[in-house]
Design a protein. Structure first.
Length: 271
């Protein structure tokens, strides 16, 4: 019989990151796949300023304080500040063998409103993750739902999936964003994700486009009908079915999908 366990990794991280206590990972199903959670240091959200709406500003256009790579102690070199934006560059100028990877804000959020603006390169693909855990040797999306960021016109993913459920603002591969109101590649879009006691709402350009609820039979069925089903990807099914783990919380992250993307005005209001 396999049991899940926690691997505790203690490291010193710049950007004023503070260490957090070890957490035990347990899974109700004794036959579930084994995995390791990395308990990397986190920041205190109280160290960040609030805007006039009472939301914490986690990216202000001038500092990467609080950010690091997923499962890493530093910011990968393909991520940088570019004219006040947080940018992922496919081929950053002047950097040989640049390091990629997803980027996270190193704080566990539970109930919150995440807002940001984004624009993507032509035929670009990216995404935003939330309630994610840092799982050793696994991608961030193994434990996190994904709000899709996409050029719906030129990227082939827009025509894949079911009923447009891989288009911009969709719950990736599960629920299509309707109405589909994204702006073209190169133009700024506004995104908002609300997570409150398991109920999740996606907004795109100020319109509600997706709703769902974690930890319900309907959520399990959504997973089972997707690429994250128990048969196709047992570990992803296990982690996503209990998204957020025992604490029902996790980190927020942005995806390196290999395409240029710009983000700005990233705020989180704690509910």
């Amino acid at each position: 019989m396999k049991r899940n366990f926690v691997f505790v990794m203690i490291s010193t991280i710049g950007l004023a990151l503070s260490s957090c206590a070890t957490k035990n990972a347990t899974v109700a199903d004794p036959n579930a796949p084994a995995y390791e959670l990395l308990d990397l240091p986190k920041v205190s959200i109280k160290d960040f300023k609030k805007n006039s709406a009472g939301a914490y500003v986690i990216f202000d256009g001038s500092s990467l304080n609080g950010w690091r790579g997923y499962n890493k102690s530093h910011v990968p070199s393909k991520w940088s500040i570019d004219n006040g934006t947080l940018k992922f560059s496919k081929s950053p100028a002047g950097i040989q063998n640049a390091e990629g990877g997803d980027i996270i804000f190193a704080h566990d959020f539970k109930n919150f409103e995440l807002e940001f603006e984004w624009r993507i390169s032509q035929a670009g693909n990216s995404g935003v993750f939330f309630l994610a855990k840092e799982v050793k040797g696994q991608p961030i999306y193994i434990s996190s739902p994904e709000y899709q960021l996409l050029d719906n016109v030129s990227h082939p993913d827009a025509k894949q999936g079911v009923d447009g459920n891989r288009k911009s603002a969709s719950l990736y591969d599960m629920i299509p964003a309707k109405p589909q109101n994204s702006f073209p590649a190169g133009e700024w879009n506004r995104a908002k994700i609300v997570v409150n006691k398991g109920k999740v709402t996606h907004y795109q350009n100020d319109e509600k486009v997706v709703e769902y609820e974690f930890w319900t039979p309907e959520w399990t069925q959504l997973l089972q009908s997707s690429k994250f089903s128990k048969e196709k990807w047992p570990l992803a099914f296990e982690l996503l079915n209990s998204v957020g783990g025992k604490t029902k919380s996790g980190v927020i992250g942005f995806q390196d999908h290999g395409d240029d993307i710009w983000l700005k005005n990233v705020t989180v209001k704690v509910l």
